[in-house]
Design a protein. Sequence first.
Length: 686
Amino acid sequence: MSNALIWSSIDDRAVATAKALAADAVEKAGSGHPGTAISLAGAAYLLFQRLMTHDPATPDWLGRDRFVLSSGHTSIMLYNQLYLAGYGLTLDDLKSLRTAGSLTPGHPEWGLTAGVEMSTGPLGQGLASAVGMAMAARRERILFDPDAAPGTSPFDHTIWVVAGEGDLEEGITAEASSLAGTQKLGNLVVLFDENRISIEGNTNVAFTEDVLARYEAYGWHTATVDWTAGGAYHEDYEGLYQALAAAKAQTDAPTLVRVRTIIGWPSPTKQNTGGIHGSKLGTEEVAGLKQALGLDPAKSFDVPDDVLAHTREALARGAAAKAEWEKGFQAWRAANPERAVLLERLLAHQLPADIEQALPVFEAGSSVATRAASGQVLTALGAVLPELWGGSADLAGSNNTSMKGETSFLPDSPTGRTIHFGIREHAMAAIMNGIALHGPTLPYGGTFLVFSDYMRGAVRLSALMGLPVTYVWTHDSIGVGEDGPTHQPVEHLAALRAIPGLDVVRPADANETAWAWRHILARRKPAGLILSRQNLPVPDRAAEGLADAVDLCAGAYILADSSLPTLDVILLASGSEVQWALAARDILCREGVGARVVSVPCLEWFAEQPASYKENVLPAAVKARVSVEAGLAAPWRGLVGDAGVSVSVEAFGESAPAGYLFDKHGFTAEGVAAAARQSIAQAAAK
Ligand SMILES: Cc1ncc(C[n+]2csc(CCOP(=O)(O)OP(=O)(O)O)c2C)c(N)n1
């Protein structure tokens, strides 16, 4: 049994203050989401003032619990608690809610506001990423302190989530919660705010299942705290505290604590309506709310000194908790010097100095699918990078995502590092975000490129937060062949390149694949590796006078220059199409046309290069240019220019052998050469 909640009238006043602050901040901003921030203020207060292990003065403390506000629209609820606990937010910051440049944007933004553990707002993402955090916490524990008894390690902590109906209606949370049950993530606690109101009003028009039964079927513990029970509404903090404390104590499975609330309570006329979910209350209603709370309606943003002094005791408690933790951590360091060195390296975001020596070198003249090369690279890197782990959405054999010799990451074999995400692409991406946010390990996850569509919501968040996650997207074009148009990506490269901050990396051969992995890991940015199903030639770079594969780090590089004195046309290609650009160069050379082949594994990396490098690779004076990529031409328009020609795929593919499809779309030596002749003619005509 946990201890009784210590609670006095000043805590009631602090909760009332937080409720009023939520109403005042949204009123001043003119827009926002006051409803749940008002009704759940007490629950958030319990977490930040009683239940969570955290130190507001050290928001990045390794030993802290993590808090994820999955219902990100209630951001002011979180900002209020950060302010009250002493994370550095000021009353002025609360007054600046949703204004340009503020630390209190409409939805929480990771990296902007101390104490915000994740950018949330797209419903469901927070809870799904919290599952990743819980998995990362388990792996961290196994890497650094595997032998400590449960609850005794400096690496033991809890992942807390606040979620609403919207989160639980989203499919991504069903995917992630199902996996969390299989993984028996006992370090995960979700507070489900069941107020039965969303934007369109009562949720009974769209959401009627027994949520607890569903979570029990996933293998979770569940509990209910009903503040509406017994007629009069009563915010029973003792009951909620006990339920959450009991949930934290559970270590064999995650727990969902449902708290039955009234949205906006005790707003006099708007409580329990969709109207209070996402609109300001209006002057009269705010006054009524304050009266109901026993506060002075004439005062705005009023935080009594004694209330603030009381809530800021979180700083002293946090410092004490951290000092206590530090003792255990130092004892761990002394007992685990090698592990401590590894932890230091990971926390410094460094790779081992000799990582390049670990990269496999693929034999010139061989023929290797880049997905297969990637698998070999992963196995090789796995030996020197214990932080690297991941898996696939049930396509490991096709995506080549399992490091050889490594076992599965499962509750009864936690030392494993192969993650079985199940056929849950969206949750896989969100879980990877959670692993990266939690740190210090680095996740990767694979599926077919065509299914990146299923992941996009979470991929966008990887990019928005700039997280070091690596997507392994194989089966990258019409090269998929007989599986047909449902499985052949056409628009996906363009669609992914449209996401700001995502590196889309499509290596041309096995050796480019090795260096691509190295560069992606060194950059620590979100990246998608786009890999072929089919074998690709591994050129003999030295014998054929081709540039070294390491040059791919520039995003685009001169793989083979014109072998004639003139430079008449530039052939830009990525991935499996580079081979045809090289072959076309030979044809053109025999015709007296000087062609340069530029391998372009990553448009985003190339865009970062200095103008002088870009001019060297793509001299402005050479207007005849051809892009060769088995996907939409759109991303290449800027590089090929007005006289340029694109060999591309502009419509869905078809079920047929890959060779037939490539021929049909002009991905042949002659097809590329013809495009070059056309571009030369167009450039001359300009
Ligand atoms: C993926 C996604 N779809 C839609 C929205 C827009 N939206 C924001 S809040 C909300 C309703 C959420 O209802 P609930 O979770 O019950 O929150 P509460 O009303 O309790 O605050 C919706 C549809 C969103 N933020 N994310």
